[in-house]
Write a protein of this length. Structure first.
Length: 640
């Protein structure tokens, strides 16, 4: 494994030195005293004497990410940091002091700082006591200097920049130095995208980044000192460029149909009322549920001999669902519901499937790529998994047992209908497309992959671009568009009651939008492959939630993906809190170009391990470059 070069101090401005490990640590000197901006892995502490620092008065954290603070416990071991005070943004104080509040054994949609139950914050694995929380427009007086503390949220929900005025007039060495965390890196690029993805495709993180950089631009900083990479010397120019890039991304990332405005107009121009109240007929053998501002997941294929196959079933009031199905039986002569075919991993597409199985005898079918996600959803840290819906009246189960596993490419021959079932990553990796000729038209059931009006050239059809759906642009919407083009459907029946007739123009725009989206992300990241900044799962432990009894152990595995087109060497260190052990805790993995590696590990809890949740950090180095504790895994210590 290549050895990481030992860090040395670099003077980035008079009296200000930078040290690089898991992040840039900046030392503001005044004689033998200093302030540290961020701490990284704390290796800086052993080197402070090299630049004449004997006492650290303050550690100021720009934000809560573990790379900034993973060495915090070492402050207690150094003479130079005895009596040191620690300050953070007030809006992130709880992330430092109560990190386990932001991890859940069973997530909910309403959990704070999550995208539909998947957390986008990365707190330290153990609490850090804070002496002062800076408000969004605060300041710190230190040895005759005033440090401005300004909120620049974007890469994290409450991150701050610290601004220090250098003496002298502007243009002659004077001006503002800005310690800006991960707001923007040199080259007008993001450090990571997945830290700025705060909602389900509505671009809240993009707007926050743009607001912060627009505000910072007004300072006309002499130099920006980011948490990663070199100083940004032409800061004002790059801040303006960065905002243009964000605007470009927003245009192709925001949902590609008129959600919350005119979507109800475009949702369905095909179906007509049937003899059953609120059950609408699409064609002689196809039905759906339709209502005013009603977005359930339900399509029904009926056979000539009176049996039904449901495609998805979720988001109902079950009294209404029962009344509807009784009406289909009594009025349409439906003898039985044979099965419910689940299109993808999201819980809202099968919330009511178990109810229909229990009350109507329906079987549960799904594609082989989807099975584990709905049978063992808590093994994954993805959004909108079935347990996160438990606050809903119908969210009374946490997994769904599958009766029939459909192999990729298998043709389902069901009562006179032949339906192909193919893997079709798009909105999520774990999804399928079911298609066949029904009533003379090629019909594709596409789940949540594409919504919109073919007649409106402004709509590109992407539903929600969400990294925590476990799919990158190339392997997701890019793949789905080409796949839909290849099967050329006459009618798309999508999730949430969508029916899209003659969709070819929409599919064509969908393909182009995926290409534009990929290029916008490439332009905004400094990585060799944009997916390293986009994908929050390229190094992980599976399962994400490991359950273990005190004095016992459980099996898990390190899983690493290589997005690069060359072999890459990863060193993974699993950093555990007291009472938890993982063997091996250090692994060096060579991963071939475009491949992945899986290494089994054993997770153990001591006899006296504290019961409840524990957080284990996944510290990553890639080809000798320290990336720090980017990822984590939850260990649930329980006697049951």
């Amino acid at each position: 494994y290549p050895t990481v070069m030992k860090s040395t101090f670099t003077e980035v401005a008079p009296g200000i030195h930078a040290w690089t490990d898991t992040c840039n640590v900046y030392v503001i000197k005044d004689g033998s005293a200093a302030i540290l901006i961020d701490l990284g892995d704390a290796s800086v502490l052993d080197a402070l004497s090299q630049i004449g620092v004997a006492q650290v008065d303050w550690v100021l954290y720009t934000h809560h990410h573990r790379e900034q603070c993973q060495g915090h416990a070492k402050l207690a071991d150094h003479a130079a940091t005895r009596g040191v005070k620690v300050a953070t943004p007030a809006n992130e104080r709880e992330l430092f002091e109560k990190p386990l509040s932001f991890r859940a054994a069973v997530p909910k949609l309403s959990d704070k700082f999550t995208v539909h139950g998947a957390s986008y914050v990365r707190p330290p694995i153990q609490p850090i006591t804070i002496d002062r929380g800076f408000e969004k427009m605060d300041s710190l007086e230190w040895r005759g200097r005033t440090i401005w503390c300004v909120e620049t949220a974007g890469n994290s929900p409450g991150s701050m920049s610290f601004l220090l005025r250098q003496p002298g007039p502007l243009g002659s060495g004077g001006g503002w130095l800005a310690f800006t965390g991960d707001l923007m890196l040199d080259g007008a690029v993001l450090h990571t995208w997945f830290d700025s993805e705060w909602d389900y495709g509505f671009c809240k993180g993009i707007y926050a980044l743009a607001t912060a950089t627009g505000y910072l631009e007004a300072f006309a900083p002499l130099t920006m000192l980011p948490s990663h990479g070199p100083p940004i010397r032409d800061a004002a120019t790059q801040l303006a460029t960065f905002q243009k890039k964000l605007r470009r991304l927003e245009k192709v990332m925001k949902r590609g149909y008129e959600v919350f405005t005119f979507a109800g107009c475009d949702q369905d121009r095909v179906s007509r009322p049937s003899a059953v109240p609120h059950l609408w007929q699409i064609s002689p053998h196809l039905y759906k549920v339709r209502g005013h501002e009603y977005w359930v997941n339900f399509h029904m294929l009926v056979s000539d001999d009176g049996h039904a196959l449901l495609i998805d079933c979720g988001l109902f009031d079950r009294k209404f669902l029962d009344r509807l199905l009784d009406g289909a039986r009594d009025t349409l002569g439906i003898k039985a519901i044979d099965a419910i075919l689940v299109t993808h991993m999201h819980g809202d597409h099968f919330l009511d499937a178990e109810h229909v199985r229990k009350t109507r005898g329906a079987k549960i079918w799904t594609h082989e790529r989807v099975v584990d996600l709905i049978e063992r959803p808590l093994d994954y840290d993805y959004d909108a998994m079935i347990p996160s819906y438990r606050e809903r009246p119908s969210g009374d189960f946490q997994s769904l047992k599958v009766d029939r596993v459909i192999r990729d490419g298998e043709v389902i021959r069901w009562r006179g209908h032949d339906l192909a079932c193919d893997s079709m990553p798009g909105q999520t990796e774990f999804a399928c497309c079911v298609h066949g000729v029904i009533d003379g038209k090629r019909v594709a059931f596409t789940g949540d992959n594409i919504f919109g009006s073919p007649a409106d050239p402004a709509q590109h059809g992407h539903e929600a671009v969400v990294a925590r759906n476990a799919c990158t642009i190339d392997e997701g919407y890019g793949y789905a568009g080409k796949y839909l083009h290849s099967i050329a459907p006459d009618l798309i029946l999508g999730g949430h009651s969508w029916a899209i007739e003659n969709p070819k123009p929409l599919i064509d725009r969908y393909i182009l939008a995926a290409e534009e989206l990929r290029e916008a992300f490439r332009d905004l990241t400094g990585e060799r492959d944009y997916r390293l900044a986009y994908d929050p799962y390229w190094a992980r432990v599976h399962p994400y939630r490991v359950n273990v009894m005190p004095g016992d152990s459980a099996d898990a595995a390190i899983v690493v993906k290589n997005f690069l087109d060359v072999p890459t060497v990863y060193e993974i260190k699993l950093v555990c809190p007291p009472g938890i052990r993982i063997d091996p805790s250090v692994a060096t993995l060579r991963v071939e170009a475009g491949g992945f590696r899986r290494l089994p590990v054993k997770v153990s809890a001591a006899n006296d391990a504290v019961q409840g949740l524990a957080l284990v950090a996944i510290d990553v180095s890639q080809d000798g470059v320290r990336r720090g504790q980017l990822f984590d895994v939850i260990v649930n210590v329980s006697p049951a």
